[in-house]
Design a protein around this ligand. Structure first.
Ligand code: SER
Length: 580
């Protein structure tokens, strides 16, 4: 059975059982406390907490999806038989619909009847008396009911309790299915909400308590790669048809471990690039840079990118759509890398010993990734560990964060959306004006330079706005003036700023701009600025969480103070309020 058939069987099986098929959400989650989407349930969090209504949005209390996911926790293990950074997760979900009995019976049927596999054993939660959570005897009874001969083992909170992801969220006991010794399916009974992180929960030292969830529900996750491995009777994920074409396209002289690293990292990089992430020195861009630079050292032909796109495009059409962008970004990173690599390696050779501070300096100044430093420096870096490097990295991040805190008085901000920060009412007014100015700037750039301008990020403080966007070259002073004039003209026309709530589909149909994510929540807010609404003729129309001024004249006259380059293909504009 091919992986494509396996995907379809899974979706079909749950569709027949009343589940609405929901597309994968973006790899970049809306939850700012996590860098990547790591599980299928993430896009459904609000349906468990009662903030959103599944019946209204899906016409059903049950959904099924195949979610693009990334986990960086195992990146150093990639190259062995089973660890991956990117994977696809098959999942069925219920938000107050069915409960344990159906979840267990269906999982059993799917594995044994649809796929014809034999279950080795299952595990259930042994309970956590200190938190008032009993052993999951109910699941034991239900498993016995579907197969009296099945081996059932009890497992601890480490293995059989899911979540929460991020800083807080839904969580609950799990039951897991093992086939051919491999854990293939994790079924979560989401019945609690924990107001803290998983680390706090596991520490047992926090005073925070598990609360009962508004809508108890089911969340399941089955990694497609591992499932394909047992279905196709292979020894490891790289021998399945998900990877085989990629691995066999790599040069023969490479050893198996290197081939696996290239296949894994390039696949992850292609998916991130397809979502407009670009290599940079922070957050997702930093991870992407690490993935790409690891591969560049092997000098791999770009044809491999096309093989990845061919393998995945039927399920993820965005790969084909973004093919040229993906290839361009890859080449640009390659050029940059070659240049800095030479300088960095020269510097590295001058050093006698390389520990974490030197390694971080080499990374920061020359972009040399940890892996390359280890590879090139050999004995000189024998005391350098990944942990020490990461600690150094974090120290540096903390320093820049501390800088931001100091600037805002080091205490509670009145507003912090990640994009906008204000410490008091006065500042709130200014960032709100600059936020509306950001939309006007974005729209002006696209009117002047066309659709190739895509927002890459923005950051707004009371003093200025900073707006990053894709653009291949330096802007001329005349062009900068033209952009500034267009923004000021829109300010002067005193357009009304209209907020509407609508479905994501309607928003896109109405021409609203939405660049960051492939998948937004089902209900979104759209801000329209301009002469008329409900048609393409508005000056600006964007998906956004606000806040904004109510008329564009409130923004006041603005000035562009700087145009600069951020990275290859990305420019930055700084703009300030010209009137107090
Ligand atoms: N959230 C659970 C997991 O990721 C089940 O989907 O394993």
């Amino acid at each position: 059975m091919t992986h494509k058939e396996t995907r379809q069987k899974f979706l079909g099986f749950f569709k027949e059982r009343g589940h609405k098929i929901v597309p994968s959400s973006s790899l970049l989650p809306t939850d700012p406390s996590v860098l990547f989407t790591t599980a299928g349930m993430q896009q459904f969090k609000p349906y468990y907490t009662g903030q959103a209504d599944a019946m209204k949005d899906f016409g059903s209390l049950n959904t099924v999806s195949i979610q693009k996911s990334m986990r960086m926790s195992d990146i150093d293990e990639v190259g062995d038989e089973s660890h991956l950074t990117f994977f696809e997760m098959l999942g069925n979900f219920s938000f107050g619909g069915y409960w344990k009995e159906a979840a267990i019976a269906w999982a059993h049927d799917f594995i044994t009847k649809k796929l014809g596999l034999k279950i080795d054993y299952v595990t259930v939660f042994e309970g956590l008396p200190s938190a008032g959570v009993p052993a999951d005897e109910e699941s034991e009874i239900l498993w016995k009911a579907v197969d009296p001969k099945l081996t059932i083992k009890r497992a601890s909170i480490q293995d059989n309790f899911w979540g929460p992801t991020g800083n807080e969220g839904p969580c609950g006991p799990t039951t897991e299915i093992y086939v051919k010794g491999v854990e293939v399916w994790n079924i979560v009974f989401n019945e609690f909400y924990y107001p803290g992180s998983r680390e706090e929960l596991l520490s047992g030292a926090s005073s925070k308590k598990l609360e009962n969830l508004k809508t108890a529900g089911i969340d399941t996750g089955m990694g497609l790669e591992r499932l394909a491995m047992v279905v196709q009777n292979k020894n490891n994920v790289y021998e399945t048809d998900l990877f085989e074409p990629i691995i066999s396209s790599l040069p023969d002289h490479l050893d198996l471990g290197a081939k696996r690293i290239i296949a894994d990292h390039l696949r992850s990089a292609v998916f991130l690039l397809s979502e407009s992430v670009l290599p940079s020195n922070k957050e997702q861009g930093y991870v992407l840079r690490r993935l790409i630079r690891r591969i560049l050292a092997f000098n791999i032909s770009k044809d491999v990118i096309d093989i990845i796109i061919n393998t995945y495009e039927a399920q993820y059409p965005e790969l084909r759509v973004k093919r040229n962008d993906i290839l361009d970004a890859y080449s640009q990173e390659q050029e940059k890398f070659n240049k800095t690599l030479r300088n960095g390696i020269n510097e590295l050779r001058r050093l006698n010993e390389i520990r974490a501070p030197e390694a971080f300096k080499l990374y920061e100044s020359y972009g040399l990734p940890f892996e390359v430093i280890k590879d090139v420096a050999k004995d000189k870096a024998k005391n350098l560990t990944r942990e020490a490097f990461d600690t150094e990295f974090k120290k540096h991040q903390d320093k820049s964060r501390a800088g931001a805190e100091k600037k805002f008085g080091g205490h509670g901000l009145l507003l912090d959306t990640g994009e906008l920060k204000a410490g008091n009412k006065e500042e709130l007014k200014k960032v709100t004006r600059l936020h509306t100015a950001t939309h006007l700037l974005h729209a002006s750039l696209r009117k002047i330079f066309g659709e190739e301008v895509k927002q890459q990020g923005s950051d707004i403080t009371p003093e200025r706005l900073r707006f990053d966007f894709t653009f291949p070259r330096k802007m001329t002073p005349e062009e900068i003036k033209q952009v500034e004039d267009m923004v000021n003209e829109a300010v002067q026309k005193d357009y009304k700023v209209i907020i509407e709530e609508m479905s994501y589909e309607d928003a896109i149909k109405s021409g609203a701009m939405a660049f960051f994510k492939l998948k937004y929540p089902n209900r979104v807010t759209v801000y329209t600025i301009g002469p008329s609404t409900g048609s393409g003729s508005a000056f600006s129309r964007e998906l956004c969480g606000g806040p904004h001024v109510s008329h564009s004249a409130e923004v006041g006259h603005v000035k562009i103070t700087k145009g600069e380059a951020v990275s290859a293909g990305v420019r930055r504009i700084r703009m300030v309020l010209d009137e107090p």
